[in-house]
Design a protein around this ligand. Structure first.
Ligand code: PLP
Length: 377
């Protein structure tokens, strides 16, 4: 693997050791009889935890979980940082690469909102090179993104592929050109929250040649563990080491580790494969249902587990949202986003959920208070 350019890390953090916790600073005794009195933990378990599994602070990066995730994503374990969802990884990256009030990030809208939120909370400017609406898909102009990042001396480019809310993929050739163009200047973060649904290979294959590339993965979508909050950043080992030092001391709770390990067992992974196949079938069905609705004028091809659609006009959007809401169905209203004043995003839920949506769409007067509410993430 090529060297990691230290210039990509905030100058004041290059020698930063982070918090020295009871876990990170303890001597490795390897002796089961060691008496641990270094972390002010309770001497006996809580009634809520008779087995005492959560009495002590967890390992900051539980080795078994790191190994299981590294094997699942087929990357070396030293490249992987586990956190509380990819949301935490996004925040760590902003804090690690950008000087507050000075360095910026580049996004290509419409995109996932957390990039701009993390930047804003850190006092970092956000530069946007909007995507092109191609009618049935969206296109990120990676060369123009690189140019904007150069002009603004930005430190991070965030791209989601497949994108949210677009559902469109960014071609690998564009990612490669972008990473190469910004090799000495910025991290290129490829957020693959929906990779499992898209069919394209992961950008992790590019990490070897492009040390400024970072890939984000999550157990929240295809693996059905959104509330467990497990996501990873996969990066050059030198950058991964800095991210771990920037991270809060004990980011992965013991019950979460247990749950995630179970989700990575072969049987659970086989279930996930079937869930993905079922989701893709519902996504195609959903695409057809929306396309057939007179309230809808455009449905974008999706490589994720949701569909983005534009309504005929703003009145049609109001009608669609009201009709679905009347049937207890909540979809994502995107009308407040620039250029999406007529748009909605609908998750490819279960067969029963899409059945309910079909019924709501096909009956203009449909209104049912007995239908259970269907929620989207
Ligand atoms: C849902 C989503 C995430 C959130 O992931 P968590 O791991 O749950 O924090 C990240 N990126 C994109 C593009 C998403 O749509």
């Amino acid at each position: 693997m090529s060297d990691f350019p230290a210039a990509l890390i905030r100058p004041d953090l290059r020698g930063f050791g982070g918090y020295s916790s009871a876990r990170t600073s303890a001597p490795a005794t390897g002796d089961a009889d060691t008496i641990w009195l270094n972390a002010n933990e309770a001497g006996t378990p809580s009634r809520a935890d008779p087995g005492g599994t959560v009495r002590r602070y967890p390992d900051p990066q539980p080795p078994a979980l790191v190994e299981a995730l590294a094997a699942h994503y087929r990357v070396p374990h030293e490249t992987l940082v586990v956190g509380r969802g990819s949301d935490e990884a996004i925040e760590l990256l902003v804090r690690t690469a950008c000087r507050p009030g000075a360095d910026g990030i580049v996004i290509s809208s419409p995109t996932f909102g957390m990039y701009a939120v993390s930047a804003r909370l850190h006092g970092v400017p956000v530069h946007d090179l909007p995507q092109r609406d191609r009618g049935s898909s969206w296109e990120v102009d990676t060369d123009a993104v690189a140019q904007l990042a150069r002009d603004r001396q930005a430190r991070i480019v965030f791209l989601a592929t497949p994108g949210n809310p677009t559902g469109s993929a960014v071609p690998e050739s564009g990612l490669i050109r972008l990473a190469a163009a910004l090799a000495d200047q910025a991290l290129v973060v490829v957020d693959e929250a929906y990779q499992e649904f898209g069919g394209a290979p992961s950008a992790t294959a590019l990490l070897e040649k492009h040390p400024n590339l970072v890939v984000l993965r999550t157990l929240s979508k295809a693996h059905a563990l959104a509330a467990a909050r497990v996501g990873v950043a996969i990066a050059h080992p030198d950058l991964a080491a800095v991210l771990r030092r920037v991270q809060a001391p004990y980011p992965v709770p013991v019950p979460v580790t247990a749950l995630a390990l179970q989700a990575l067992e072969p049987h659970a992974l086989a279930d996930t494969e079937s869930r993905i196949a079922a989701t893709l079938a519902q996504r195609d069905r959903l695409t057809g249902l929306l396309a057939a609705s007179p309230l809808v004028r455009a449905v974008y091809d999706s490589r994720a587990n949701f569909v983005l659609a534009r309504c005929a006009d703003q009145v049609a959007a109001d009608t669609l949202l009201a009709r679905l809401a009347g049937c207890g169905i909540v979809v994502r209203d995107l009308r407040a986003l620039p250029g999406l004043a007529d748009a909605v995003r609908v998750t490819a839920g279960s067969t029963a959920e899409i059945d309910a949506l079909q019924a709501a769409l096909s009956n203009p007067t449909a209104h049912s208070s007995t239908t259970p509410p269907v929620r989207t993430a």
